[in-house]
Design a protein around this ligand. Structure first.
Ligand SMILES: C[S@@+](CC[C@H](N)C(=O)[O-])C[C@H]1O[C@@H](n2cnc3c(N)ncnc32)[C@H](O)[C@@H]1O
Length: 302
């Protein structure tokens, strides 16, 4: 399991800490990622954690906080879009090295991901991955290439997280994601959750396991702000019927208080369905501790 210090840092990072690292991350995606990462640990799943498209490490650091002592973290970025490639890379490395639970775990591969092979990446981390985020180039061929690359390095039960599928500024991600899921390699994988603009995908044999886990957590915690709207949406569908993507049932987390922290650190409200800007500070839209919610749900599941 994670140490108690690591759990405290993880809780803080999901709730507030991620705001101080520039980048793109919806809070609901951070929350669900933390739950799934802890679930993998509870299941005894071993593997490294990685990301293509690091920027300044906002999401990668969350993955780092979900790693065990013997697991490594790989960050891949050519820093092509960065105004200060060396500064960005140094900041990410310093961030990892300053925290006891992530120190010494990170390898940054400063290369074009579309030119990498699984062997080259494995050389850096000694082994395959249980969590991997694809958030590099957003053109269709880049997403397809990155997803195909990552799919060759996932352990059974590993989760690939594809970013920006519903971001209207980069429609190529829709095309690349579908091209991947419909390819012979990609059709071994099934999407099971859409949250905060991230599509969670795993091998077909494991999709029910994670879907059922999320359903259990949502049902057990339907009074928590993050799950209230989602639980209602699920109950609005006929029993057992869910939104589908490429033939696979999806748990779509529709948290009304979701927000994205802009690159300059200010919150930008994304969903206005229930939540107004002034509600951002309301306890109603503040999330319960992800670690306590995980532990309570595990205790209930027995
Ligand atoms: C949207 S940003 C990633 C945001 C980041 N995941 C976060 O948590 O804030 C996309 C990143 O992908 C990188 N990138 C774009 N094309 C790439 C490529 N072909 N290979 C490696 N990195 C690439 C860019 O340099 C940029 O840092």
């Amino acid at each position: 399991m994670l140490s108690s210090e690591q759990k405290a840092t993880l809780d803080d990072y999901v709730n507030i800490g991620h705001r101080s690292t520039p980048g793109w991350l919806w809070q609901s995606a951070a929350y669900i990622t933390a739950l799934l990462g802890m679930k993998q640990i509870e299941d005894g799943l071993q593997g490294n954690l990685g990301e293509i498209g690091v920027w300044q490490g906002r999401y990668l650091f969350l993955l780092g906080l979900l790693s065990r002592e013997n697991e490594k973290v790989a960050g891949i970025d050519s820093f092509v879009h960065s105004p200060d490639p060396e500064g960005f890379a140094r900041r990410v490395e310093n961030r990892f090295n300053l925290d006891a639970s992530t120190a010494g775990k990170l390898t940054l591969i400063k290369e074009d991901s579309t030119k990498l092979t699984p062997e080259k990446i494995r050389q850096n981390v000694e082994g395959d991955f249980r969590l991997f985020s694809v958030d590099g180039g957003h053109l269709a061929h880049e997403v397809l290439s990155d997803a195909a690359l990552v799919s060759q390095m996932m352990v059974p039960g590993g989760i690939m997280i594809l970013d920006d599928i519903l971001n209207s500024t980069c429609p190529g991600v829709i095309e690349g994601t579908l091209d991947f899921l419909r390819s012979p390699q990609g059709s071994q994988f099934a999407p099971f959750c859409l949250v905060g603009n991230k599509l969670m995908v795993t091998d077909k044999a494991s999709a029910d396991h994670y879907r059922n886990y999320l359903l259990h957590v949502i049902q057990e915690n339907k009074d928590a702000s993050i799950f209230r709207d989602t639980a209602q949406t699920i109950s609005d569908f006929p029993e057992g019927v869910y939104p589908k993507l490429c033939g696979s049932d999806l748990i779509v987390v529709t948290w009304s208080g979701d927000y994205l922290i802009s690159d300059n650190g200010g919150p930008v409200l994304i969903r206005t369905k229930v939540c107004d800007m002034h509600e951002m500070d309301s306890p109603e839209v503040q999330l319960p501790s992800v670690v306590s919610l995980f532990e309570r749900s595990a205790a209930v599941a027995g």
